[in-house]
Ligand binder design. Structure first.
Ligand SMILES: [Zn+2]
Length: 167
């Protein structure tokens, strides 16, 4: 696997953009307690179906409404992509992604539950104040099998979505 896949460069750029946005928000409105982040990180245990369930639950707990939480079926994958929509004042969209599946050889805490379990916290922070951009927080499935979830996601985007999603 490449150290940084081009697609993840987009995610890193998005996280950097979030940091910039956070600095412009009042401090008291942006914090997620460290204990909450640690607790979310602790749900790495179990197979990918358990991780999917845990991530879905964390999105709901963090305030992503069921109406804005989509399970996108991915061909040949048991688990779907989980997509949490955070509407903004404009349709210009920033995607923040992390995969929640893991390789069988380990527990997959760093790669990549550390990233996936952070998505609900990033959602929570950005949801706390009005925002120009629309955000999509996506827990991708099947990354360890060859970027299956993110590859499917990109390929099914409409031409209109491709023009409104920031790169
Ligand atoms: Zn990975």
């Amino acid at each position: 696997m490449k150290l940084i896949h081009p697609r993840w460069k987009i995610a890193l750029a998005a996280i950097f953009a979030i940091c910039l946005l956070c600095h412009r928000l009042p401090a008291q409105r942006i914090s997620v307690p460290v204990d909450t982040i640690k607790q979310r990180l602790s749900f790495y245990k179990g197979n990918d179906t358990k991780r999917e369930t845990a991530l879905k639950q964390l999105f709901l707990e963090s305030g992503c409404s069921p109406a804005n939480l989509t399970e996108q079926t991915v061909p040949s994958r048991k688990q779907p992509n989980l997509i949490c929509l955070l509407p903004g004042a404009t349709p210009a969209t920033i995607i923040v992604g992390a995969h929640f599946d893991h390789a069988d050889e380990g527990d997959g805490v760093i790669d990549n539950w550390s990233g996936a379990s952070l998505l609900p916290s990033l959602f929570q922070i950005l949801a706390a104040a009005p925002r120009q951009h629309t955000f999509l927080f996506i827990g991708f499935t099947g990354e360890e099998n060859g970027l299956l979830g993110s590859d499917f996601y990109v390929k099914q985007l409409s031409p209109e979505q491709l023009t409104t999603y920031k790169q």
